[in-house]
Design a protein around this ligand. Structure first.
Ligand SMILES: *[C@@H]1O[C@H](CO)[C@@H](O)[C@H](O)[C@H]1NC(C)=O
Ligand SMILES: *[C@@H]1O[C@H](CO)[C@@H](O)[C@H](O)[C@H]1NC(C)=O
Ligand SMILES: *[C@@H]1O[C@H](CO)[C@@H](O)[C@H](O)[C@H]1NC(C)=O
Ligand SMILES: *[C@@H]1O[C@H](CO)[C@@H](O)[C@H](O)[C@H]1NC(C)=O
Ligand SMILES: *[C@@H]1O[C@H](CO)[C@@H](O)[C@H](O)[C@H]1NC(C)=O
Ligand SMILES: *[C@@H]1O[C@H](CO)[C@@H](O)[C@H](O)[C@H]1NC(C)=O
Ligand SMILES: *[C@@H]1O[C@H](CO)[C@@H](O)[C@H](O)[C@H]1NC(C)=O
Ligand SMILES: *[C@@H]1O[C@H](CO)[C@@H](O)[C@H](O)[C@H]1NC(C)=O
Length: 516
């Protein structure tokens, strides 16, 4: 993690869409996407390798990446089902890149010696070499090829994939994604790398940090998009060339990689997110490095991967991700955030508890086992009323508690009533995906919205109220899903040069006016 990961990500489009039709149900991937974790070890009093492995198993972590090839950890991982990526540190590139014999020795000692007892699934060669030490680019390709030859000689090349993690800053103009391209001065080596990945069916490893995109573009990239929060459609970003809608920054970053590869005519290499995450603590200049934001980012990231909805460009491909990182590395130098990217402290107690219920069994320390569906913040009353009418009518939500005199009638406003109705519908539908949407009027929350005597469906709170018999009529009914009747095009585009941190960019805002 260095500041070199800062990414230019300026060109942003906002749409003002009142109602937008839901996308096609995403195709599912054959290869199950997974969430792994990076294990950095700049930690004082790190637990022993055997305890680490028990801890990983207890937390149901199935994929890890090491920044080296630590013998103790690799030994301890033997006979477990945990898959591990080992790394060639940058300071070993010269030796390995300049001698096939050294590469073969490295593979023998650090890979073949443990495989298959330890399920080594990949080798990451160097770390962000193209951006931190561009002069070593050719050495990098030599190292990759030599290690590959050594794997072929050991007949391990089909089981173990080789790649190199890249900083997002190898891509320029990443938004709109369709206009992204690789920094031309790196194109020769990137072309070689992509040819290698294509030939050996290896992924392109990318370290993608919406946190830095957000920090570098405050006021342009909304926090909600960076954190995968449920968005009002007006906050979605739209790529004007493809009309693809982006609800989160990570998907846009991944698609910018696919578009950049397409520019080089490479279409058969998959993106693997070798690092992503959000810091939970920072100094005064890092006010968004908070526990809440880190929890929100990582929890939503995990759900997003397990939803297997891919990206807008490639709904059929969901990238696997490695969260940066397992432990807070307290020995790292400032800024404060550097030591606070971890899900756990070095002694394995959680920094915060993720909210990932419903996403399989990943991570044991997940307390909230319940989710609710409530009205999205900032949605207009008219949209809410329409959705409320649909939920209580055709949607057959149980709206009895929001009738006059009933427990959830107060506060008597559309937002409160809509939240109750949405949650009733959501719980009735078994919290199935798509049952908390209402065209963007609804969002999922892990906070129990119950208040006073008003107990929301799905809540574990038990009401202490004696029920009174109250007559009520079903006032809210009828309606139906609102349809998009028409829209007004073309977009308005402002072009101007804006300078952010020394990068010149053209910023263009498109406003789509959807008129009902
Ligand atoms: C390493 O091996 C590859 C393929 O086996 C070969 O093309 C290359 O010339 C060798 N490099 C050196 C430095 O011997
Ligand atoms: C492109 O890469 C070159 C070589 O690493 C670097 O000097 C240059 O600053 C990069 N350009 C941009 C716009 O990042
Ligand atoms: C990609 O393919 C197109 C069409 O075949 C060709 O015109 C273009 O030069 C190719 N670009 C690269 C970078 O190879
Ligand atoms: C995490 O889970 C373990 C085992 O259930 C428990 O002992 C520990 O207290 C939990 N940590 C927190 C912070 O809840
Ligand atoms: C979470 O929900 C699952 C299934 O509904 C249930 O089996 C499990 O016991 C629950 N866990 C907790 C901690 O409530
Ligand atoms: C609707 O909810 C109320 C209050 O929770 C409950 O008493 C009633 O049985 C529910 N009606 C139906 C049809 O489920
Ligand atoms: C019980 O009801 C009273 C008044 O209706 C309320 O103030 C109190 O918080 C309730 N207690 C619980 C545990 O819900
Ligand atoms: C309920 O409504 C019915 C019909 O409108 C009426 O006859 C009855 O008296 C009402 N009961 C109460 C408790 O208000």
């Amino acid at each position: 993690m260095e500041n070199s990961k800062l990414t230019p990500f300026f060109l942003l489009l906002f749409t003002f869409i009142t109602l937008l039709s839901t996308g096609v149900e995403a195709q599912q991937n054959k290869d199950e996407p997974f969430v792994g974790v990076n294990i950095g070890t700049d930690v004082s009093n790190l637990i022993s390798a055997s305890k680490l492995v028990s801890f990983l198993q207890y937390q149901k972590i199935t994929h890890v990446r090491l920044y080296d090839s630590d013998a103790e950890i690799l030994k301890a991982l033997a006979k477990t089902k945990i898959r591990v990526i080992v790394s060639v540190p940058n300071n070993q590139l010269i030796a390995i890149g300049s001698s096939n014999a050294t590469a073969a020795t490295w593979v023998g000692r650090n890979v073949a010696a443990y495989y298959p007892e330890t399920l080594i699934s990949g080798i990451s060669v160097g770390d962000e070499v193209l951006t931190t030490i561009p002069s070593s680019a050719s050495l990098l390709m030599n190292a990759i090829e030599s290690i590959y030859s050594a794997l072929v000689a050991a007949n391990l090349h089909t089981q173990i994939k080789i790649s190199t993690p890249n900083s997002a800053s190898i891509i320029l103009d990443s938004f709109p994604p369709s206009q992204a391209f690789f920094n031309q001065s790196l194109t020769p080596v990137i072309t070689q790398l992509l040819q290698f990945c294509s030939r050996t069916q290896s992924p392109l490893m990318m370290n993608l940090y919406p946190y830095y995109v957000f920090m570098q573009n405050k006021g342009v990239v909304p926090l909600d998009n960076s954190l995968f929060k449920p968005l009002t459609p007006s906050k979605e970003m739209v790529d004007p060339n493809t009309l693809l809608h982006y609800t989160n920054v990570l998907d846009a970053m991944i698609d910018s990689v696919y578009f950049s590869m397409k520019n080089l005519n490479v279409t058969d290499v998959v993106v693997l997110v070798s690092e992503t995450g959000w810091p939970s603590r920072g100094d005064s200049k890092e006010p968004y490095a908070t526990i809440d934001n880190a929890d929100m980012y990582n929890s939503n990231l995990i759900k997003h991967v397990f939803d297997r909805s891919g990206t807008p460009l490639h709904p059929e491909i969901t990238s696997s991700v490695y969260i940066y990182e397992l432990f807070n590395e307290d020995l790292r130098s400032p800024p404060v955030s550097e030591g606070n990217w971890g899900l756990f402290y070095g002694n394995s107690t959680p920094v915060y508890l993720l909210h990932v219920s419903g996403s399989g069994t990943f991570l044991a320390n997940d307390t909230t086992n319940q989710t609710y569906c409530v009205a999205t913040d900032g949605i207009d009353v008219k949209t809410l009323q329409t959705a409320l009418d649909w939920a209580c009518g055709p949607g057959r939500a149980n709206c009895s508690e929001i009738q006059p005199g009933e427990s959830c009638y107060q506060p008597n406003n559309v937002r409160n009533h809509a939240s109750y109705a949405f949650d009733s519908y959501y719980q009735k539908e078994g919290k199935s995906s798509g049952s908390c949407d209402f065209k963007g009027a609804a969002m999922i929350t892990t906070t129990d919205p119950s208040h006073g005597n008003c107990i929301f469906p799905g809540s574990k709170i038990i009401s202490n109220r004696t029920r009174q018999v109250v007559n009520s009529t079903h006032e809210a009914s009828g309606g139906g899903r609102v349809s998009l009747i028409g829209f007004h095009f073309p977009p308005v585009c402002f072009v101007g040069n804006v300078l952010y941190l020394g990068y010149g960019v053209v910023s263009c805002l498109f406003y789509y006016l959807f008129l009902l």
